[in-house]
Write a protein that binds this ligand. Structure first.
Ligand code: TAP
Length: 497
């Protein structure tokens, strides 16, 4: 395992220490201080040091942002523009993201500890690509002419739903921003975005680029701040029509309660997961070990669809475990700017400590620690890739979303047992299956109650693939044309013939 301080880097010194240009709230097309004048610190998880002080929005700032968004929706041009024109501006926004990809990727790395190489190759391009996907849909939003049983003429209109509140998490700040904002923009909505307090930097940069692209004032507002104040003000606001949230199941529940207690706004929740990866005896052991490791260690395990429970059929169990441990020991943890590094620091001290406490819990409950289990280095929030075997269903590490590089491994005999154990969770976000047998793949994918099933692959996302949860992983979809529909409402128009 690499030490955490490598000199070798693909990023220039400038990129590793980017100037922080945007630290204020973005309301009605302007960067402004919070009304209270308060700020909060955003931290570099590589060192624990403060990067910048960010304006801390609260209820009054959310009110101002919603007022601007409401004005832009009720009287502004954006919802009334031809879809093709909205699409053209969104394409320009995407171009500007690509022009600034290096700087955005670096901000994402210093704010959240994510790998610079992945940000540059994947997260930032995906933010642009999501805008382009929905830009292409903006002029194809239309209703239907209905077949009536009486002497009536009826048709539907697809209208933008109104003012949207987006509350987003810290694990994929750019992708989450774009995946929420793009379909809402295409639909003709106006919006307020609250980024996570750990990672506000890119959302504020995107606000600047949106203005440069020509998105009118008030259409896209960004209020950085805390969940308990700014986030809560969004979910309970009387003039927000829909809240689109990604984050923990616990906060998702609060948002639903706040929506019910306020104006019954529409809610979409993309919540936690405890996704199973089932590896059958006929799998290529080397490929399966790579997939299992990637499934839990990618983005340092801070991903809602992480394959945190791995079930291996008994015939290949011993061989697979041996490979997994070998590969986990060779996995490189360290400076996320170093191109050889595969895993950076956890996002913050709280998350770091939470993961370590789950590791202690796993040891205490009697699971076998095969490798890892400790923090790495003197500073920052680095944790060794950790694998537990003989994990029983009732253990906390098999049940809770840890959101870190911790795999819970178990052995199974039959396909029925694998399905039963995979479904033994309150979550239902995703699942993976590794087999060469098409019948097995089909049976298992139809039997698992989860929103996405990956067969012989993992984390295979695409703009056109709807993504969302079953059970306590939430409801409502991001990605795909499905996501567009959550920002539209259907109006029926009827006239006598
Ligand atoms: P959450 O607390 O759920 O944070 C997600 C977003 O919700 C953040 O913007 C947060 O603001 C905001 N928020 C917090 N409390 C709120 C409230 N009462 N009303 C409205 N918005 C509120 O997640 P976290 O604390 O960052 O992480 C905790 C755990 O959640 C993780 O360990 C992980 O298990 C899970 N998680 C899941 C996901 C996904 S993608 N499913 C993503 C992140 C975390 P702040 O910035 O102030 O927190």
């Amino acid at each position: 395992m690499a030490s955490q301080n490598s000199d070798d880097s693909s990023a220039s010194i400038f990129v590793k220490n980017p100037t922080i240009k945007f630290t204020k709230l973005f309301i009605n097309g302007e960067f402004v201080d919070s009304i209270s004048g308060k700020t909060f610190e955003t931290i570099d998880p590589r060192t624990g040091e403060v990067i910048a002080k960010i304006a801390e929005g609260d209820k009054e700032d959310v009110d101002l942002a919603v007022k601007a968004a409401r004005q832009a929706f009720d009287h502004g041009t954006w919802p009334r523009l031809p879809g093709s024109e909205r699409g053209r501006i969104m394409m320009k926004f995407a171009d500007l993201i690509e022009e600034n990809a290096e700087e955005l990727a670096a901000l994402e790395t210093i704010d959240g500890g994510k790998l610079f190489s992945m940000n540059k190759a994947m997260d930032i391009p995906q933010a642009a690509s999501s805008l382009r996907y929905y830009a292409g849909a903006a002029d194809k939003i239309h209703g239907e002419v209905l077949k009536m049983s009486r002497e009536l003429h009826g048709y539907t209109l697809q209208e933008p739903i109104g003012v949207v509140g987006h509350i987003i998490p810290w694990n994929f700040p750019s992708i989450m921003f774009s995946v929420k904002v793009s379909p809402a923009l295409a639909a003709g909505c106006t919006m307020v975005v609250k980024p996570a307090e750990q990672t506000p930097l890119t959302a504020l940069f995107y606000a600047h680029l949106a203005k440069l692209a020509g998105i009118p004032n008030g259409v896209l507002n960004v209020v950085s701040g805390l969940g308990s104040t700014a986030g809560s003000a969004i979910s309970s606001h009387m003039d927000i029509d829909v809240v689109s949230f990604t984050g923990s199941t616990e906060v998702g529940r609060k948002i639903l309660q706040a929506a019910a207690a306020s104006n019954l706004k529409v809610v979409s929740l993309e919540l936690g997961g405890k996704s199973p990866l089932i590896i059958f005896d006929d799998a290529d052991v080397d490929m399966a070990a790579d997939l299992a490791l990637f499934g839990i260690l990618y983005n340092k395990g801070e991903i809602c669809v992480a394959s945190s429970r791995v079930y291996v059929q008994e015939g290949i169990y011993e061989e697979l475990v041996k490979k997994l441990v070998e590969k986990a020991k060779a996995w490189v943890v360290g400076d996320p700017f170093d191109p050889k590094v595969q895993q950076g620091p956890q996002v913050d001290k709280k998350q770091f400590e939470k993961i370590l406490s789950y590791i202690e819990q796993g040891k205490g409950e009697g699971a076998t620690l095969l490798t890892g289990g400790k923090p790495l280095g003197e500073k920052g929030y680095f944790i060794e890739p950790t694998i537990f075997a003989e994990v029983k269903e009732e253990m906390l590490i098999a049940k809770d979303e840890i959101f870190g590089p911790v795999m819970a491994l178990a052995k199974f005999k039959t396909i029925e047992e694998a399905i039963k154990r995979a479904n033994n969770t309150r979550y239902g976000l995703a699942a993976g299956i590794v087999t060469k047998d098409l019948n097995v793949a089909n049976t298992v994918s139809r039997s698992i109650r989860a929103g996405t099933i990956w067969i012989n692959c993992y984390f295979a996302f695409d703009n056109d693939i709807p993504f969302g949860g079953y059970k306590m992983s939430g409801f409502g979809k991001d990605f795909g044309l499905e996501a567009l529909h959550k920002y539209l409402q259907v109006k029926s128009v009827v006239t006598p013939l």
